[in-house]
Design a protein around this ligand. Structure first.
Ligand code: NAD
Length: 325
């Protein structure tokens, strides 16, 4: 029984490969390395290639006796998805269809998918449950919902899947071996870390006049190692006969940008240089998870708090300003 991890040389994939190895799983990674790095793949075989390469994927399935797939491979930049929509439909959806077609032809029927809380758009209520209506507000989010819908339709073809709707992945590995690259990430925590550690970097907070207690947006930051373990739990769920579902993966706690900056200042013991800019189009005011389903059905819950996330990120970025490159 071997798990194929697509996109396993990327940020979340690389942490998940390690979580799977820690759970004594055999793992093979398939990644183009377009947006990942081979140095991030620890304790697993890396095959450099594309999920849309059906001959290659079929060969991998046969050679390594693949039984389960964890599918991270995709593009993830919301802004880029709006300026280059076709690129996102092509890679995130069309290539995933090719991957799924190959897997079914090779009798591989268990699939864990990296979906996103962005499928909810601006949720009517937070904490947000899986029953919230889906209203994607970007092409990126549309592609995630499209794959969820495809997976729902494939139950009749025998495939069972869990679409994990991640909230905001953050932090670095506890042993400081892998983490995010601030040169390529648009996420808040790498930008805060860069503001602390790179004096040339200009960091702007997008708006402090929202209807929240301190005026800044609220999000649910989930430690990447907790997120990684959710994939192990999702595979166990499918292997024990669990049905296709979508499931939130978040802490259930909302953190404002101001609260996050205060924690970063406590950890780094100095001020985070920043300016306050205008609101950014399309930023929902407040999004955090109701993680009850993950707890009840997957037996998963977050173990790291915000301080632990920030400490691991600060440790990582202070010692690895070039990421894993
Ligand atoms: N980072 C987050 O906060 C977040 C939140 C919600 C969902 N997600 C989803 O989780 C997944 C992983 O995110 P990440 O932050 O690790 O991204 P990442 O960009 O670090 O990793 C993606 C990896 O996939 C590879 N890849 C892309 N297209 C490929 C293809 N066609 N064939 C083979 N490899 C390919 C890239 O080279 C890269 O290594 C993505 O699907 C993303 O949409 C991420």
């Amino acid at each position: 029984m071997t798990v194929l991890v697509t996109g396993g040389a990327g940020y979340i994939g690389a942490h998940t490969v390690r979580a799977l190895s820690d759970a004594s799983r055999d793992v093979v990674v398939l990644d183009t390395l377009e947006r990942g790095n081979r140095n991030a793949v620890i304790d697993a075989k890396l095959i450099v290639g594309d999920i849309a390469d059906q001959k290659l994927v079929a060969k991998i399935c046969r050679k390594y006796k693949i039984t389960d797939v964890v599918h991270f491979a995709a593009y993830k930049a919301v802004g880029e998805s709006m300026t280059h929509p076709m690129k996102y439909w092509q890679n995130n959806v069309a290539s995933t269809i090719k991957l799924l077609e190959t897997l079914i032809s090779q009798n591989v029927y268990r699939f864990v998918f990296s979906s996103s809380a962005s499928v909810y758009g601006t949720p009517k209520s937070s904490p947000t449950t899986e029953n919230e209506s889906t209203k994607p507000e970007s092409v990126y989010a549309e592609t995630k919902l499209a794959v969820e819908n495809i997976l729902n339709s494939l139950t009749t073809a025998g495939m069972t899947s869990v679409s994990l709707r991640y909230f905001n992945a953050a932090g670095a590995s506890s042993d400081n071996k892998i983490g995010e690259d601030w040169a390529t990430s648009q996420n808040l925590i790498p930008r805060v870390m860069r503001a602390l550690l790179d004096e040339k970097f200009k960091f702007e907070v997008f708006g402090n006049d929202y209807e929240t207690p301190d005026g800044t947006c609220i999000r649910d930051y989930i430690h990447v190692e907790d997120l990684a373990i959710a994939h192990v739990k999702a595979l166990e769920y499918l292997e024990s006969g669990g049905k296709t579902m979508a499931c939130n993966i978040g802490t259930g706690d909302g953190t404002s940008v101001t609260e996050l900056l205060e924690m970063a200042e406590q950890v780094a013991k100095r001020k985070v240089p920043h300016t306050i800019g205008a609101r950014r189009d399309g930023d929902p005011v407040c999004v955090f998870a109701d993680a009850t389903l993950a707890r009840k059905v997957l037996g998963w819950r977050a173990t790291h708090d915000l301080r632990s996330i920030i400490e691991s990120a600060y440790n990582w970025h202070s010692t690895n300003p070039n990421g894993v490159r």
